[in-house]
Write a protein of this length. Sequence first.
Lengths: 238, 238
Amino acid sequence: MAPHNLTTQCSQCFLAKKCIPSVIEFSDLPQFTNIVTTNISLKNNDVLFKQGTPASVLYIVKSGAFKTQSSTTSGSEHIAHFFLPGDIIGLESAARGKYQNSATALEDSMVCKVAYRPLVKLRQKFPALSDFAIKVYSSGLASANETQNNIAIQAATSRLATFLIRYHRRSNQFGSHRNDFTLPMSRHDISIHLGLAVETISRSFTAIIQAGCITKEGKNVTIQDMPSLIKLANAPPR
Amino acid sequence: MAPHNLTTQCSQCFLAKKCIPSVIEFSDLPQFTNIVTTNISLKNNDVLFKQGTPASVLYIVKSGAFKTQSSTTSGSEHIAHFFLPGDIIGLESAARGKYQNSATALEDSMVCKVAYRPLVKLRQKFPALSDFAIKVYSSGLASANETQNNIAIQAATSRLATFLIRYHRRSNQFGSHRNDFTLPMSRHDISIHLGLAVETISRSFTAIIQAGCITKEGKNVTIQDMPSLIKLANAPPR
DNA sequence: CGCCACGTTGACACAGGTCAAAACAAGTGG
DNA sequence: CCACTTGTTTTGACCTGTGTCAACGTGGCG
């Protein structure tokens, strides 16, 4: 998207001020870069890790996008979260030592990889790292909370509208103010994330478009009228 | 429930081996107890904190139960989580500095209170405390994830069955093996937690009872046939 | 006892699920 | 470059689960 150089090391990384290096003194940075594997390339649909396998690594999204998906024994699937650059994948699996989701690339992407173990040691040396971690986790919980709220709302159109608003906000999280963005996931992905049928997603899209809130072309969405979109998102449950 | 002495200090607390003291040397414990206010009593319906107010404190449930609830501008309400003894309330609010939910007692309860600020200092002194915190957060995320999965499932009866299974597991988290438990929250609370109507909760209860999975008397539920209950929970979406 | 909040049951309507098919997009091979 | 295949998205028609409204217990408390 943005024309960043994507093969830089941590010190030059465009994400540095939002990522772990932001809380480490420049002189100490090598100790961190030492435990990171940067710039791992993945192709669309590549799997980062599988549900149920031993978890020992965190991934930081540098470019592209990912989804974390879990399936029950009965075969029903759910997508917990979509990950954009700057997001950390694998947080929820640290406690149990097993990935509770599978993580899959939604497009050609790049990630950096940090193992839990050396990170724990580094946290002992740099307490700011622990503070950062806790902040990240806390944000993650807050975000999961919002997602929960959204899914529990009844009206399908409201769910999709809220999803779009939140996604739009996240796509601009680095200070840009674009009113258009790309949804790298399929309609089916959106549908199982929101607990709706694909067809309902399609229909909700047309409803939101006909209300004049957005326009779209394929996976590209442009916000035309944010206030009305917010109104749709907050429409009373049915 | 269990006949624990509920006015003990941390060193004697029946939760000590699951709570923060579990990761601090006995000789260092006073430094922690110093920053904790233990054994705060609350009556049923008492509010611990309100959505939107500045967040600077964590609460640990010692006895009783709580819910965290958020309401949107449009008035629709959702309950994010129910809290049982040993659970920590307020985690998701640390990053933003504001409580994103209101926390309310579901019965007469007791909590211990720890302020973020001194906890940060103590974490610098005792890195194990940071490890513990991250484990707690990670579990919290994992649990939020499961809740999300559950709410995204279509069938109402499956949602309630899953809710009951998870609640039952949590009520036995300290090693007991009872097959009965008490739901301290109202049907209405369950309904907005699961994104369903109260009436649907009622009907789902009767469905689960008629399937022979559970019996109940008011708020007391007894599991009669766990395998069938699990089967109900995993029933294909519609 | 009577009041009020809460829970359950019944009747009905409608949002959204399901099934089917068309439109469209993206490859693939000739 | 064009058929052909395969997968995704959209549209249509119909049906069902669950929301809504209403009535009826039931239990706790002044």
